[in-house]
Design a protein around this ligand. Structure first.
Ligand SMILES: *Cc1c(COP(=O)(O)O)cnc(C)c1O
Length: 368
């Protein structure tokens, strides 16, 4: 029995008729870019997250980029984020010409360590971007308390946390803005690329709308040179359909995580910790082991896919060599990079598959 890392097909097959209707509708109304499909999704997603506004864009990277651009952040400015994330978080900072300033993560939650935040703030700090990694929201209350004292806005990278909750509040509702990706493999994914910004700030939402569409609110009238980062109508329609199932799919991920937790209890494989203030949505199920490499090989041999998120921290990437960081700068990030292993996780993963994965892992613990 092969076990894939992610299986999107069964999820889509279950709602194939509804998705087909969207394709048919968009083909017949030719609302291919923005338009009513996207507007409807924006309203529904804002309601879901609990913010007044949602602006749909074409990727999660664009959501972050246009939020920073709308705040007029640029060269000479510093943005604090973490080195243990997907590179897009930092790329958005680079895209506006600002400088990413990294601080380490907490070893239990894998998210920004609030205890390290204050020391990283300078008079050039213009924003803080905590990342809701693997499906769990960063410790927002503690981060917000420090950010407020310095009057620095928080931009939440919620690209891995659609539907997660922190003390009863939804991912994407913290700070000034929440940024989402709808890349197909995310908890809420399009059938292609997609992204969105959620915010309560009407002026920020207005500016991002201009930015995504050539600085234009009226055809061929441009108030500044913007970009083309619009969401496609098809993706808006598909996301409206899939949003209705998000909570159900997240519940399935939580059930799978609970099965992994129980089956791995008592082994020397460390399972992920759901912080007591969070409702984790397990975008990824990431375990830790000193024998990571061995376990990964054992899984490969048995036809089980796994992932590494992420094998090289951002401060050690060639892309960010010019920032001048070196090995040893972020001990928690550097320690876990050789220990983490992402196990198969997707809505509807069957319990037999999980049993298989765990028995191979246990096998792997004893060899070598
Ligand atoms: C996926 C992701 C992004 C970028 O999203 P894209 O839609 O691929 O551009 C940004 N940050 C994090 C943490 C992500 O996981």
């Amino acid at each position: 029995m092969k076990v894939p890392f992610v299986d999107l097909r069964s999820m889509h097959l279950a709602i194939k008729d509804e998705l087909q209707e969207v394709f048919d509708r968009v083909l017949s109304n030719s609302s291919f870019v923005l338009g009513e499909e996207v507007q409807r999704f924006e309203q529904e997603f804002a309601d879901y997250v609990g913010t007044r506004h949602c602006v749909a864009v074409n990727t999660g990277t664009a959501a972050l980029h246009l939020t920073l651009a709308s705040l007029e952040i640029g060269p000479g400015d510093e943005i604090i984020t973490v080195p243990h994330t997907f590179i897009a978080t930092a790329e958005a900072i680079s895209a506006v010409g600002a400088r990413p300033v990294f601080i380490d993560i907490d070893p239990i939650s894998f998210t920004m360590d609030p205890a390290l935040l204050e020391a990283a703030i300078t008079d050039k700090t213009r924003a803080i971007i905590p990342v809701d990694l693997y499906g769990q929201i960063a410790d927002m209350e503690r981060i917000q308390e420090i950010a407020d004292r310095y009057g620095i806005p928080i931009i939440e990278d919620a690209c891995q946390a659609h539907g997660a909750e922190y003390k009863g509040r939804m991912a994407g509702s913290f700070g000034l803005a929440g940024c989402f990706s709808f890349y197909p493999g995310k908890n809420l994914g399009a059938c292609g690329e997609g992204g969105a910004v959620t915010t309560n700030d009407a002026e920020l939402a207005r500016k991002i709308r201009l930015w995504r569409d050539h600085g234009s609110s009226k055809r061929y009238e441009h108030v500044f040179p913007g970009l083309n980062m619009r969401m496609e109508g098809l993706q808006g329609g598909i996301l409206s359909v899939k949003l209705k199932y998000l909570d159900h799919w997240n519940d399935q991920r939580r059930i799978a995580a609970a099965q992994y937790d129980a089956a791995l209890a008592g082994t020397d494989i460390e399972t992920p910790v759901e912080m007591n203030y969070n409702r984790h949505v397990y975008h990824l199920y990431v375990v830790q082991s000193a024998k990571r490499q061995q376990l990964r090989e054992q899984l490969i041999e048995s036809g089980i896919e796994s992932g590494l998120h992420y094998p090289t921290p951002l401060h050690l990437q060639e892309a960010y060599r010019s920032l001048g960081y070196k090995q040893g700068d972020f001990p928690v990030t550097e320690r876990i990079k050789d220990r983490i292993l992402s196990l198969p996780m997707y809505p509807g993963i069957c319990s037999d598959a999980i049993t298989r994965v765990v028995s191979e892992l246990k096998e792997g613990c004893y060899v070598g």
